[in-house]
Design a protein around this ligand. Structure first.
Ligand code: NAD
Length: 356
């Protein structure tokens, strides 16, 4: 297949992990006879330095024209003055808006060989395989914000159409898994949650009767994520609850360097990036874990390019490397392996699994 991919390395460890993603793309292209046209752009602090703008027009253009966007990370102490008018993170928010990505997907699957890295007991982590589907462009983050004297307001707003489209996506994804959606809300208190609950129930009953649903209050979910995480398949939730719960769930896998994410719009295009930030504490040392970035590439293969076999190959190669302890020091403290070593090992395994 032929695809145009926008490549935004960003700041800090972003370029280091992106280099491994590009090596992986070359291997997959070669093995599968695909043509990936890569268009590189600047974003975040790197873009502020050159253009005074965290999302320059050229970068926006490259991204809106591409089939998919790969992003490293943005931000860092150089640009983090709270008084600054222009900040790297604005580039990411503007990019999400430009692409219209309304659904954020975050898989959480602790690897058996690395369960000791998790603060949660290994016995509780057996069989954990969760896919978070978080609404990304609505709710309290995007509602009106204002002050009236010494009172402040943040309006939480959701429409039926916004809930319907993300419910449909969650249901399609659930059909490829264990066909169960846990919808998380606060319907005992919030009107927006009651609208979510009614809408989720109606869409699933009428369009996806084969997908089961349960509703769980967000406070209960916060507890159950760490007490019985293996009970969940797809977790569907709104923007604010999703932001908090996905970070809580990140703790289950033991390192920020392992978690990929995808942000999708309605037409199959998407933004793929590791969950972690620019990790300024380790940037430049060549020790960043590239796995989150490589798994983000796998998500891109699956969700934007329709390359399901290639996605599985990358995921299998990553699991194999972790099983062999071919990992960076965030996972095994005594490891002397560099970002490049892990990236190369994944590429080698992909080649081997792809066969002659
Ligand atoms: P962070 O995710 O960058 O780092 C948190 C911890 O995880 C650090 O100890 C770091 O060394 C470690 N870590 C992160 N990625 C790793 C990797 N690939 N391998 C090994 N260890 C890894 O979060 P932070 O320190 O709070 O933020 C640093 C900067 O990143 C800030 O400017 C923040 O605004 C920005 N940020 C950007 C994004 C993004 O680009 N999507 C997300 C979060 C934070």
């Amino acid at each position: 297949m032929k695809a145009t991919i926008a490549v935004l390395p960003g700041d800090g460890v972003g370029p280091e992990v992106m280099a491994e993603a590009l090596a992986l793309l070359r291997v997959v292209a070669e093995c599968g006879g695909h043509t990936f046209t890569l268009c590189e752009g600047v974003i975040g602090g790197a873009a502020i330095d050159v253009h005074g703008n965290p999302l320059p027009d050229q970068t926006r253009e490259i991204c809106t024209q591409a089939h998919a966007v790969l992003l490293g990370a943005v931000g860092g102490p150089r640009w983090s003055n709270p008084q600054a008018v222009v900040r790297p993170e604005q580039g990411l928010l503007a990019l999400r808006a430009a692409l219209g990505v309304h659904a954020n997907l975050r898989p959480v699957t602790p690897h058996p060989a690395l369960m000791r890295r998790s603060p949660i007991k290994g016995s509780l982590l057996q069989g954990v395989d969760i896919l978070f589907v978080r609404e990304l462009t609505g709710g309290i983050y995007f509602g009106d914000k204002y002050r009236d004297g010494d009172v402040a307001f943040d309006v939480c707003r959701y429409s039926v159409a916004e809930v319907e489209r993300i419910t449909r996506l969650a249901a399609v994804l659930a059909r490829g898994r264990r066909r169960h959606i846990t919808h998380v809300d606060k319907a005992n208190v919030l009107e927006t949650s009651r609208l979510w609950r009614e809408t989720v129930d109606r869409v699933l009953a009428t369009e996806f009767p084969d997908v089961q649903v349960s509703h769980v209050l967000v406070d209960t979910m916060a507890m159950q994520l760490v007490t019985r995480p293996s009970a969940y398949d797809v977790i569907l939730t709104e923007n604010l609850f999703g932001d908090i719960l996905t970070d809580e769930a990140a703790a289950l896998v033991g390192s920020m360097g392992l978690l990929p994410s995808a942000s999708l719009n309605g037409d199959g295009r998407g933004l793929y990036e590791p969950v972690h930030g620019s990790a300024p504490d380790i940037a430049g040392h060549g020790v960043a874990n590239p796995i989150a970035m490589l798994l983000s590439v796998a998500m891109m293969f699956r969700h934007s390019l329709g390359l399901h076999d290639e996605a599985r190959l990358v995921e299998d190669a990553v699991v194999w490397c972790m099983g062999q302890r071919i990992v960076t020091r965030d996972l095994v403290a005594s490891s002397r392996l560099h970002t490049r070593d892990v990236g190369k090992a994944v590429c080698r395994k992909v080649r081997e699994l792809a066969g002659p």
